[in-house]
Design a protein around this ligand. Structure first.
Ligand code: GN1
Ligand code: MG
Length: 368
């Protein structure tokens, strides 16, 4: 607490710090809530994982551009209460232009905590529709951002790269897990690899379409998990949070990643595979909202490929979790040794379920 307090005090915050306690359950950064005395706002302190986000300056520059652009747009539309609709990062006391602190090789930032909000780990169809529209609006608002945003994680959602990382992990087998597979898991790891490779080419379609000039990259959120959206007490969507991965990408990222978390009735690390299912009611509601929110820019090719996006994201996530498992769990936080394998099984089950529902998805989208 004392160390964290000293860090927060380097930022231009108001009020005296009363308490600092862990917040949320992100898999990458460490997040804390900073409670202050009396009427001053509370804050969110984050340690940025700079093994994952290696260019923190670029990262914070992107976020400043995005929040600044959205703030100006909302203000021009006459929206009030801006501090509830867009995140505000606090500058350093010593350098008013800088929104992060480097201390002993660790990187920190502070934003203003938005009070009286709700986040969800699961959503019903009604809230999914609001979320679809909100993520669509988020992309629409950023469609004319003047700044050039960089990739905070180069090739973050590039399926070809993710597959080659898995192949690399296979080759190196750093934790010896593949070598032990036959005795320890009855060959399960090899059958997962086989299933992944069988779908690899088909799942890399977006990259090919991009190279052929059929598919644009747009500024997307790229981590549209259900829990990255703040809702107001009355259920309306306030704002999108967790902006680290906002970067140029295919719209498939936002569409697919939301459904990956929202259309699965159980958490991404649930071992209850018989409960994993791609929920079409959530798909229908979310896509209705998303199509509304993106009407100003979504092309027919993008729309046609939304069912592919719904399959791509559980697949990509399975590949990422599985590569991390084979590498010996160096990327994602884990709570027990098989955690990444359990996550992989779950995401593969979701992928199969989504793939079996592509014809229904197409029919629904055509009706919109
Ligand atoms: C990570 O940290 P968190 O939970 O918001 C990851 C996402 C994955 C997600 C899986 C930078 O997000 O891409 O989809 O875990 N973020 C990064 O739950 O890798
Ligand atoms: Mg998050």
């Amino acid at each position: 607490m004392e160390e964290l307090k000293r860090i927060v005090e380097c930022f231009a915050i108001e009020g005296d710090i009363k308490d600092i306690a862990p917040l949320g359950n992100g898999l990458i950064n460490d997040t804390y809530k900073v409670t202050t005395a009396a009427d001053a706002p509370d804050y969110v302190l984050q340690r940025i994982n700079n093994a994952v986000f290696q260019d923190v300056d670029l990262l914070q520059g992107n976020i400043a551009a995005v929040t600044g652009h959205i703030r100006r747009k909302l203000a021009a539309q006459g929206v009030t209460d801006l501090d509830r609709k867009v995140l505000r990062f606090v500058p350093l006391k010593e350098d008013g232009d800088k929104t992060y602190l480097e201390a002993d090789g660790k990187f920190w930032r502070v934003s203003v905590f938005i009070p009286d909000t709700m986040t969800f780990e699961t959503v019903n169809p009604e809230y999914s529709e609001y979320a679809g529209e909100a993520f669509g609006h988020f992309e629409a608002m950023l469609s004319d951002i003047p700044e050039q945003l960089g990739e905070t994680i180069p090739d973050f959602h590039n399926m070809e790269l993710r597959l080659s990382q898995l192949e690399q992990a296979e080759k190196e087998d750093l934790a010896g897990r593949l070598a032990k597979d036959a005795e320890a898991c009855g060959g399960e790891l090899h059958s997962i690899l086989e299933e992944i490779h069988a779908h690899g080419y088909e799942m890399c379609k977006a990259e090919r379409m991009y190279r052929e000039g059929q598919l644009p990259k747009r500024i997307s959120h790229c981590d549209t998990k259900v829990n990255n959206m703040l809702f107001d007490k009355d259920g309306s969507v306030l704002c999108v949070i967790d902006l680290d991965t906002v970067m140029p990408a295919f719209v498939f990222s936002d569409f697919g990643d939301f459904l990956r978390t929202a259309a699965n009735p159980v958490a991404e690390d649930s071992p209850e595979l018989d409960k994993v299912d791609f929920d079409m009611e959530i798909f229908k509601a979310f896509s209705r909202g998303y199509i509304k929110g993106t009407k100003s820019f979504l092309t027919p090719v993008e729309k046609e490929n939304l069912p592919y996006a719904a399959c791509l994201f559980p697949f990509m996530q399975a590949v990422r979790f599985f590569a991390d498992y084979i590498n010996g769990d160096t990327y994602y936080k884990i709570k027990y040794p098989e955690h990444n394998l359990v996550r992989t099984r779950n995401q593969m089950a979701l992928f199969r379920s989504a793939a079996s529902k592509v014809p229904q998805m197409r029919t629904w989208l055509e009706s919109l």
